[in-house]
Write a protein that binds this ligand. Sequence first.
Ligand SMILES: [Zn+2]
Length: 268
Amino acid sequence: MGFAKLRYLTGLSALALTMASCETIPTNNNTINNNQAATKNNKHQSDKWSYIGESGPNYWGGLRPEYSQCDAGDQQSPINITNTIATDLSAPLINWSPFVPTISNNGHTIEVKPSAGNTVILDGKSFELVQIHFHHTSEHTIDDQQYPMEVHFVHSAGDGKLAVLAVLLAEGHANQALTEIWSAAPAVIGEITANFTLDPNQLLPVDRQHYRYQGSLTTPPCSQIVSWLVFKQKLTISAKQIAAFSTVFGENVRPVQNTNRRYITSSK
Ligand SMILES: [Zn+2]
C-alpha cells in the first residue's frame, strides 16, 4: 500500500470502511472503479448546488446572489453546436507535459490538478492549465447529438479569463489515461496525490479541428468569462469506464443553454 492510499484511507468514513470490508477484492476498493458505499451519497455534501431536484440547474440562479448569472446571463454554456460559421481559426498551441496529478472527488466530478507550466496559446494569448474534470453525459451537443462523456481542460489567463478545451468521448475502446485516473479517484469526497505520472495528451485528439464560441462556466457561479474550444474529433471510453463514473456521480450535466446572438465558429 502506497503512501497516497494510506493517507486517503485515513479519511474514509466508517460506512465506507464497513462496505469496503465486504468487498471480495482486498485492495483498491476505495476508488470510483470499485465501490459500493459512495454511490451518489456525496452529491449534496460539498455545497448547495447539485444536478437534481430543487438545487438542480433550473434553480442555480436563485440559490445565492453570486449565482445570478446562471439565470440572467445571455452567454451561458453549454450549448448545442449547430449552424456554425466556417472560419480560418488558428490551431491552439498546446504545450502540456506529463505530471504527477492530484486527483479529487469534489462531490460533483473527478478533478485532476496538474503541476504548473502546462499552457495553451489561443490567438496569441497564453492560458495555464489549472484543472481537468469530467461530465457524464456530454454537456455540449453537436447538432443535438449527445455523447457519453466530456472532458474539460480548464485554463486560466492572468487577467482572470478562462479558456476551456472540451473533448467529447464516444463509447468504444477504453482510454488508458482514464483507466489510471479512475483507479486512483476517491469514491467519496476527498483528494489523493497519484502514484503515477499522467500524460494529459492521452486525452487530446490528434486532429486539432474545432469549434469556438464565447460562453460561461457550466457550474455556479456561471461566470461569462470562458472562451470555449470544442474539438471535432472524439476519443473513446469503454462502457465499463462510463459505468464506473456514473455509479458515483449520476448525470453531472447542465442542460444546453440558449445560443442567443452568439456566433459559433468552426475551423475549416
Ligand atoms: Zn465542466
